[in-house]
Design a protein around this ligand. Structure first.
Ligand code: NAD
Length: 482
């Protein structure tokens, strides 16, 4: 049994209470590791360490901070294979996917902000007639909290930690209790890189204990959260009462709008990816597919045929396109939505059940890619986030109807539009209530761009200078001269 430890003040240690929680391998449905079930005291120790380290880290030169982050990125790259295997075991995703996406992106996140901070600057405001000049400083906040979910564990964890550290803050971070392994391996790499004690602290455990202690503590100046809308809403209240800065990246119910004049083959290929990559457990996956009526039947038949060809298999098999979903509870939730779809009048065109593997994988949590048609846009299955390998397809008559359906949920994270008509793509992307719109592509990311959602999908933007702005406070200094 592997033992995961907290990383506090530069040391790896268990929870003060010695209590632990089980960590599962979703591909087998068995416990393979234990993580600290930490409490308020562990969090306090981490926050005190971060508070003490702030003086040292915030006074490092930018170049020195940047070099330290590059060293950590180098170590991620050097340990790519091990990290990818660990991510796959912890989360259930195919190993090839962790190798291709999760781990490379984790090192890119850190390298990106190690570079970005060297180009970050502030403004001056000259008052010529009054003989005065103002300049603004962007100063780090102090101790900040980073809380992340289980779907892209190291990828999203580093996406928060990197800008926070680059800007000169010290960090107390919590990965999901469901997928803590790569955060633990990451703490070992930070020690190896020589990150000063207390600059980054990682406390493992449940959200209502560790997360709550982090967000309510008077010393944490900002909270960067990615996870469900329900928990995000709770954190928004906690933060508001204490006047903390907060950045919330939450759930989605993203539409894909497919017009008849699209590049059909490319659209079909990418729509398959945007529906089922990572078992559909990416906040940006398109889960409501809207198709112009004239090509609906063709699309339905082709899409179902392609989805049936996707191999559901164990994570170490390089041919597996879909592996296990993250937990038993999550599998049951996804299956219950498929049942609900049937009750709501939907027709399951393919998939719809749990898939049993052989041998030691027979208790793993696998679900076949599922396509449902015949549902009304306002039913629960089309309104609530499922976050699994399940999509619905719906025909639309015209542009106006597509926009109305696309905007008809409480979410607004991302949307994808497929058309070769430039003017149409511009009109539609402007009309969509979403923080991110892709035209004729999906998940093409430039880390400088603003990332985040509107409505119940998010508050604030991550990415590029937006993240550095979040993790700093502006101060204006006005100087009078003669
Ligand atoms: P979750 O909200 O259950 O948990 C997210 C994190 O919050 C975990 O680390 C959890 O322990 C912690 N937490 C729980 N209760 C807390 C509390 N009271 N105080 C502080 N922290 C607490 O979400 P999840 O199930 O881990 O992740 C899936 C969700 O994440 C989906 O809704 C998905 O759409 C969303 N997500 C959004 C984005 C985005 O960028 N918008 C990216 C990935 C995932």
């Amino acid at each position: 049994m592997k033992e995961i430890l907290n990383y506090i003040n530069g040391e790896l240690k268990p929870a003060k209470s010695s209590s632990r929680l089980d960590v599962f391998d979703p591909s087998k449905g068995t416990v393979y590791a234990q993580a600290p079930d930490s409490g308020r005291q562990d969090v306090q120790e981490a926050i005190d360490a971060a508070n003490k380290a702030f003086d040292i880290w915030s006074n490092y030169s930018i170049d020195r901070r940047s070099r330290m982050l590059h060293r950590i990125a180098d170590l991620i790259e050097e340990n790519q294979e091990e990290l990818a295997l660990a991510e796959s075991k912890d989360n259930g995703k195919p190993v090839w996917l962790a190798n291709k996406v999760d781990i490379p992106r984790a090192s890119q996140n850190i390298r990106f902000f190690a570079n970005a901070i060297t180009q970050y600057s502030t403004e001056a405001y000259d008052m010529v007639e009054l003989k005065a000049i103002n300049y603004t400083l962007r100063q780090p906040l102090g101790v900040v909290a980073a809380i992340s979910p289980w779907n892209l564990p190291l990828y999203l964890f580093t996406w928060k930690i990197a800008p926070a550290l680059a800007a000169g803050n010290t960090v107390v971070a919590k990965p999901s209790e469901i997928t803590p392994m790569t955060a633990f391996l990451f703490s070992e790499l930070c020690i190896k890189a020589g990150l000063p004690n207390g600059v980054l602290n990682i406390v493992h455990g449940y959200g209502d204990k560790v997360g709550e202690a982090m967000t309510t503590n008077v010393l944490t100046k900002a909270i960067s959260f990615t996870g469900s809308t329900k928990v995000g809403g709770h954190i928004a209240k906690v933060a508001a009462e204490r006047f903390k800065k907060v950045s919330l990246e939450m759930g989605g119910k993203n539409p894909n709008i497919i017009f008849a004049d699209c590049d059909y083959d490319e659209m079909l290929k990418v729509t398959l990816r945007s529906s089922f990559t990572n078992q559909g457990q990416i906040c940006l996956c398109g889960s409501r597919i809207l198709i112009e009526k004239t090509i609906y039947k063709k699309f339905r038949d082709d899409f179902v045929e392609k989805a049936k060809q996707l191999k559901v298999g164990i994570p170490i098999d390089p041919n597996s396109k879909i592996s296990a979903v993250v937990s038993k509870g999550h599998m049951e939730k996804i299956l219950s939505y498929i049942e609900k779809a049937k009750e709501e009048g939907g027709v399951v065109l393919c998939g719809g059940q749990r898939v049993k593997m052989e041998g030691e994988y027979s208790e793993g949590w696998y679900i076949s890619p599922t396509i449902i048609e015949g549902l009304d846009q306002n039913c629960k299955v089309n309104q609530e986030e499922i976050f699994g390998p399940v999509v619905t397809i719906m025909p639309f008559e015209n542009e106006a109807e597509a926009i109305t359906i696309a905007n008809s949920t409480e979410y607004g994270l991302s949307a994808t539009v497929w058309t070769e008509n430039q003017s149409k793509s511009q009109r539609v992307s402007r009309a969509l209530n979403a923080g991110i719109v892709w035209i004729n592509t999906w998940l093409l990311r430039d880390l400088r761009t603003p990332f985040g959602g509107v409505k119940n999908s998010g508050m604030g933007r991550e990415g590029g200078y937006h993240a550095l702005n979040f993790f700093t406070e502006l101060k204006n200094v006005c100087i009078k001269y003669n």
